[in-house]
Design a protein around this ligand. Structure first.
Ligand code: DON
Length: 330
């Protein structure tokens, strides 16, 4: 089970709107104070340069779907988006190819196996099963509009920047480090090709995927990106429509079932929000119609989720009454 201490927080069981801005601000400050000294977990090191991350960094942001932002901690710290990109690339691809095609080509069911599983592909006859695992994300990236890998990445960078409301750029050091060590993803991309699941060369799909994982964000960016999904596809900071409301609904459904990989069930049980994590320590959790939480803290638990991030999401879900499954108090 996830290590959370959410039971200490009163469950407000609200399903309506967020509390007043001043209460949200106070809660964000409280949760940051509460977990800033938590010393658990270890920074990821399978991408060599990520091992150099400062384990003390901790940032919490909440973007309301209606516009206001709330922040606490190291919110100017930049980190690579990693797997959290999968959620937003899925949204862009769904916008481009439609609900049915995503269902048919990539799939929407949990593999029950870790994000970088090779055996999941073999067990499912080459179907990646869903766009949140690495196989599904490489396949999704290959479905982006654009004549080749470079054009597809360009569309991804532009689309993710529209979600964040500012231009996102690549961390070249992380890109280089991951490109030199992603033998497993290379194997997955080649296996997808062997099952005739990629319409572009495996190398190009892998390169565009690795680049999207290397885009730099802050916790504020994650919160705004998530709040765009919470607000039916319109970025609450820029007012620009990025994707349709139907695409947001589909994306959030897949995040709910697959966003936290094989632990998605436990995550829903404890936190009750569609969410996505990344190995550099980011998590975005989305409360449809209300807003989104973006958290950053590099030390991860054994499943690869930020320890402070997970505790923070659990706390805020309870304290702000964000859980999708909570009924209104009588
Ligand atoms: O492909 C990889 O392994 C990384 N670029 C991303 C993995 C990741 O963030 C898994 N998430 N929790």
């Amino acid at each position: 089970m996830f290590e959370t201490d959410v039971l200490e927080v009163p469950q407000s069981a609200r399903t309506g709107s967020l509390p007043a801005e001043s209460s949200v601000r106070t809660l964000l400050h409280d949760v940051h104070e509460r977990y800033r000294d938590l010393q658990e977990g270890a920074v990821a090191d399978y991408i060599p340069v990520l091992a150099e991350a400062d384990p003390d960094l901790f940032a919490v942001s909440l973007a309301e779907a209606a516009g206001p932002m709330h922040t606490a901690g190291d919110t100017s710290a930049l980190f690579t988006i990693q797997s959290i990109s999968k959620a937003f690339v899925l949204a862009l691809v769904t916008d481009a190819i439609g609900h049915e095609s995503v269902h048919e080509i990539v799939g929407v069911n949990n593999t029950g196996l870790p994000f970088n599983s090779v055996i999941a592909l073999e067990l499912n006859n080459g179907s990646p099963m869903n766009p949140m695992v690495n196989a599904g994300a490489i396949a999704t990236t290959a479905l982006m509009p654009g004549r080749d890998g470079a054009a597809k990445f360009e569309a991804i960078q532009e689309g993710l920047s529209a979600f964040a409301g500012r231009p996102l750029r690549i961390d070249e050091t992380v890109l280089e480090s991951e490109s030199a060590s992603n033998h497993r993803n290379r194997g997955i991309a080649d296996l997808l090709t062997s099952y005739d699941r990629l319409r572009i060369p495996a190398e190009d799909a892998l390169d565009a995927y690795t680049r999207q994982c290397s885009l730099l964000v802050t916790s504020d960016d994650l919160a705004v990106m998530g709040a765009t999904l919470a607000a039916g596809g319109v970025n609450p900071r820029t007012g620009r429509r990025v994707v349709s409301a139907e695409v947001c609904r589909d994306t959030l459904a897949i995040l709910a079932s697959c966003g936290m990989y094989e632990l998605s069930g436990e995550w829903m049980f404890e936190i009750g929000l569609p969410a996505k994590s990344g190995v550099s320590g980011g998590i975005v959790a989305v409360a449809p119609g209300k807003g989104a939480v973006g958290v950053f803290s590099p030390p991860l638990d054994r499943a690869g989720n930020s320890v402070r991030g997970l505790r923070t999401c659990a706390y805020l879900s309870r304290a702000l009454g964000l859980n999708l499954f909570a009924s209104p108090s009588p």
